[in-house]
Structures are given as C-alpha cells and as structure tokens.
Design a protein around this ligand. Structure first.
Ligand SMILES: [Zn+2]
Length: 259
C-alpha cells in the first residue's frame, strides 16, 4: 500500500525557536516560522490533495497525503487550528513526559486537537536520544507509559505513534505493535507502507526550517525528483548512522550544535 506523509515539527515566531518544542540549534533545524508555515498550508490547500487521517490507509483515495507533527511542542494548538480552518487533518505525536512543561502542550491542548478532528498519538514517553538502543523492557515502558497517559487524558484508544529521531528498527516496530498501536510513522522517506505484527509502518518526507512550499507540494504529490533525492540522501546517511554511531553523533553535534 502507498500513501505519502509529510513530517513537520514546531512552528515558531522568528528568532524564538525555543518557545515551542525541544531547545537548541539541532531541534531548531526542524522548526518553521509562522509565515513560512502559512505559505506551506496555502500551497498544499491549492494542490487539490486530500489530507485525511491515517485510517485512510485501509482504503486510500488517490491524491492523498498525511500531515504529521512531531514532538508535541506548544505550537501544536495553533497548527491544529490552522489545519482545521482549511479542512485538513493533522497527526500530532506527543512526547508525553513533557506535557505541561515549558515549550510543550498542556493537557487541554490535546483535547482541543482531538475535538478539531486531529489524530493525537505518541512520540514515546521521554524522547530518548536513540530509542533503538534501549532493551526490550525499556522500549515497552516508553511506548506503554506514553499510550496510557494519552488514553487517560483523551478518553479514547490511541492508535498511532512516531519514532523519535528516526531510530527505527524492526524490533522497535514489534514492541510498538505489542503495546497496541496500529500505525507507526518512521523518518524513512518513502510513500510505501508495510506491516509488522499487525502494525502498519509508514515512512515520511521531512520538511526543515527552510524548506519551500513548492518542496512540500512536490513531496506530497510525487512530482519532480524531490522524493528520490530525500530517499537517496537518507540511504547514503543510513550506514554512517548505523555502523559509526559515535562518530555520527559527534559530527552531528559539530554540524548542528546538537547536545
Ligand atoms: Zn522528535
């Protein structure tokens, strides 16, 4: 099955990246200004695509794209309103340990997102730096604690999750499936979905702080070579990430100021 998804993070006032989401320059790389994000939504709305919720994967309509937002930053309610005003559905993946802390959503924000028809899901409990390095028990605790908290707050089953930092492995997927989630979003730039232990695994195309509205539309519609370029860049980086993890993390810190 095939259904493209776009991966956004926070939306911010220029010069104030730490007001929403995780602080620091590495996280800021994924945060888009309010103006640029509004241009993205306008272009996407004009693209005549549908923006359904993830259950559309069961019966995909042509020209559909899923919109996802990671981390659960304080800008999520604004994003939710902006999407709803254009008839678009969003998927908001929440770092549950951060709910109610500086720069992150409040419990009421999650209820408001749900009332607007958006999907509220898990982005793990604490957003570990490399979730795939955790042992089975710690992995299960991350996904279970997060799901339990969201279900308590929302009063409905939580069916979707996204992998923090893109550290997807099949073992992560098996434990996510065991915890009861039906959909898991990764950071692999692909429109193809596959199933692990009954859980649908969906890739996503990333948008960064300086990605143009045209790029979002090209990725959503599969026009031009943007999808192939992301796929190639991801696959060139993957072996570096997997086999030289300490070196990769040191380089990442140097390039992006990650900590
Ligand atoms: Zn994240």
């Amino acid at each position: 099955m095939s259904l493209p998804s776009l991966m956004y993070h926070d939306v911010i006032v220029p010069g104030q990246p730490d007001d929403s989401g995780f602080p620091g320059p590495a996280a800021a790389h994924y945060k888009m200004t309010l103006d640029l994000f509004a241009q993205h939504l306008e272009q996407l709305a004009r693209s005549r695509l549908h923006f359904p919720d993830v259950t559309a994967l069961r019966d995909p309509v042509s020209r559909s794209c899923l919109l996802t937002f990671d981390d659960g930053g304080a800008s999520a309610p604004y994003i939710g309103e902006a999407l709803a005003a254009r008839g678009m559905t969003g998927h908001f993946f929440i770092t549950t340990h951060r709910i109610g802390t500086h720069g992150f959503v409040e419990p009421d924000d999650l209820l408001a997102l749900q009332r607007l028809g958006h999907v509220v899901g898990s982005h793990s409990h604490t957003h570990p730096s490399d979730i795939s390095a955790l042992n089975d028990a710690a992995l299960l605790a991350q996904w279970k604690e997060s799901r339990d908290r969201l279900q308590q707050l929302l009063g409905t089953p939580v069916i979707a999750a996204s992998v923090p930092g893109g550290f997807y492995t099949e073992r992560v997927a098996r434990i996510v499936a065991e915890t009861g989630y039906q959909y898991l979003f990764t950071s692999e730039p692909t429109a193809r979905a596959h199933v692990v232990d009954g859980c649908q695994i969906l890739g996503r195309y990333a948008l960064w702080h300086d990605s143009s509205p045209d790029m979002a539309v090209a990725l959503a519609r599969g026009i031009g070579s943007q999808r192939e370029r992301q796929w190639l860049a991801w696959n060139l980086k993957k072996p570096l990430k997997r086999w030289t993890r300490p070196v990769y993390q040191r380089l990442r810190r140097r390039w992006l100021g990650d900590s």
